[in-house]
Ligand binder design. Sequence first.
Ligand code: ADP
Length: 332
Amino acid sequence: MTLLEVRDLTVTYGNGAAAVRGVDLSLEAGRKLGIAGESGCGKSTLALALLRLLPPGTRVGGEILLDGEDVLTMKWGQVRAVRWAGASIVFQGAMHSLNPVHRVGDQITEPILLHGRATPAAAKKRTGELLEQVGLPVARSRAYPHELSGGQRQRVMIAMALACDPRLVIADEPTTALDVMIQAQILRLIEQLVAEQELGLIMISHDLAVLADTCDRLAVMYAGRVVEEGPARTVYEDALHPYGNALSAAFPRIGDPASRFAPRGLAGDPPDPSDLPSGCSFHPRCPVALDECATEDQTLRDAGRGRRAACVHVEPAIPGPATAAEDARSTT
Ligand code: ADP
């Protein structure tokens, strides 16, 4: 069974901001899905919606099936059980998420005890195992957050996220606050844990290169929608949607002099979700927009080879035996 199936998810904040607009996603156990997009495109809102962590007054529609059960219609008791034990989140900037006055070991033990998973002695033992798993000496469990480096604190956050053996881990910009060397270490650690424990991983980042390196598939979000989705490397190297292209071009590639001498970017900002442009919401910034893009909205279309994109320039794939075989290969 598919681990996570998101169908037509919409999130509108109390102030009318349509932050997520009709998102469909799916993820199998043991697979890694990256979600990319500039700041303000709805990535964190999507992540928070998955665990019903949005503020009161927010309207959420659609379905979020975790192991076949809809998180949106669950009773609160069940939602509490799902948080940590079903799915857990690693946020960016561990210093803000860890309690500064509690030892990190106690903070890892707490959810294990809260979810009735173990006796205090067994929970303490499990905490030691988790610290070892994330590459920290057990003795660090007695440290306070300020006594650890940024990378060590992020390892503690990952240990906390794994404490109740979740099936799905959502990592929201897990390495953005870290320097490049530590970032690489943490990414390899996440990859290793996902593979060893057959977890599903959703990793959110504005950095397409990091996602292409870590994830199997990539979804690019713009103005609350997924505008492109497909195999991670292909989307990064050869995006079909002009927004995916611009995002990918914004990160210089090592060894590519063209990107060094002519850094390409995208002028302007994503639109305010309370005041979206007509037609395709990317059209005011799009370098290849046609007249019709100002009036005609674009939805994701199947572009073949396991790829989907929402752009007037993308030719829909013609279904046939060859395409079906290619799709099967590219999604496994
Ligand atoms: P991202 O993670 O891609 O940076 P967010 O999900 O944080 O994007 O934000 C998407 C949009 O929703 C932004 O325009 C943001 O201002 C708006 N937004 C986020 N949180 C709230 C909130 N609590 N109330 C109203 N608008 C919000």
